[in-house]
Design a protein around this ligand. Structure first.
Ligand code: NDP
Length: 283
């Protein structure tokens, strides 16, 4: 079985990003990412810290705006507007979830589509489904890059994606379709799920249920992408597929951790750098 090692590829890309940032700085532009976090959700705090850390590692400017849990929607929208108007800011990311007094859709829509490094805005989602250039959600983007790096061509393949969230399943389906795969999206209401997943040449598991997919649900020789991040009672992290059981059954598979996860932040940095390159072109 070929291990689709996301950490190894992420490390490689991080080196290339360090070089790209150095070049941009010589050209007078320091790529800048601003992350907004509202409230003090512990998981969000960990995610935002790792984004900050990575940005600093590659030499980018990064700023964390921490707002109190009582922040109003109007206050957050005003901050987003300020950042939209700030020429030195390339990427804006609002860490989700937001407190209940704030409508997430309103906030995502308010981010300038050209700075929407998460690729969640309706403009970018629309461009993605129209197969036009735009900013793309980082986890699906990372999955496509990982497959490409391992020379796994998705064209003509039967791809089954289990999970239809706006951050993983839906944008990934569009990317796969754009790359000429035949795509099926499954979810909690799908009938005979395991019979369906067993038909997949490439199976993407993104449901958040530990070890849900075993040998009975996967075709022999399939490629398996495990997006799930599940924390077990003993504190360890595991994916949605039974890695142990599938090792001798599939042709290629991502581990968890060190598979899809490291690629997500790497794609975030890459998109921020690409936006900064546009700033250089504009002068
Ligand atoms: P969501 O909770 O938003 O979506 C889960 C999806 O899985 C839904 O579409 C749901 O169906 C479907 N689902 C849940 N249970 C079943 C089931 N028993 N059978 C079939 N479908 C099911 O999750 P996310 O997309 O945000 O995340 C999914 C997983 O990926 C999580 O473990 C998350 O931690 C991880 N993740 C990892 C990332 C990474 O960087 N590696 C990034 C983002 C997420 P329905 O729509 O019908 O409810």
């Amino acid at each position: 079985m070929e291990l689709l090692d996301g950490r190894a590829l992420a490390n490689e890309l991080t080196h290339a990003q360090q070089t790209a940032v150095k070049t941009l700085k010589v050209q007078g532009v320091t790529p800048k990412l601003v992350v907004i976090m509202v409230g003090d959700d512990p998981a969000s705090a960990i995610y935002t810290q790792s984004k900050q850390k990575r940005a600093t590692k590659i030499g980018m400017a990064s700023e964390l705006k921490r707002l109190s849990a009582e922040t109003t929607e109007a206050e957050l929208l005003a901050l987003v507007k300020t950042l939209n108007d700030d020429r030195t800011v390339d990427g804006i990311l609002v860490q989700l979830p937001l407190p209940k007094q704030i409508n997430e859709d309103h906030v995502i829509q308010a981010i300038d589509a050209k700075k929407d490094v998460d690729g969640f805005s309706p403009v970018n989602i629309g461009q993605l489904w129209l197969n036009q250039p735009g900013l793309v959600a980082c986890t699906p983007n990372g999955i496509m890059r990982l497959l490409a790096a391992h020379k796994i061509d998705v064209a003509g393949k039967n791809v089954v994606i289990v999970g239809r969230s706006n951050i993983v399943g839906r944008p990934l389906a569009a990317l796969m379709l754009n790359a000429n795969a035949t795509v099926t999206i499954a979810h909690s209401r799908t009938a005979n799920l395991k019979a369906l997943t067993k038909t997949a040449d490439i199976l993407v598991a993104a449901i958040g249920k530990p070890h849900f997919f075993g040998v009975d649900a996967v075709k022999e020789g399939a490629v398996v992408i495990d997006v799930g991040i599940n924390r077990l009672e003993d504190g360890s992290v595991t994916g949605d597929v039974d890695f142990e059981a599938l090792q001798t059954h599939v042709s290629a598979m991502t581990p968890v951790p060190r598979g899809v996860g490291p690629m997500t932040i790497t794609m975030l940095m890459e998109q921020t750098i690409e936006i900064a390159k546009e700033r250089v072109k504009r002068g």
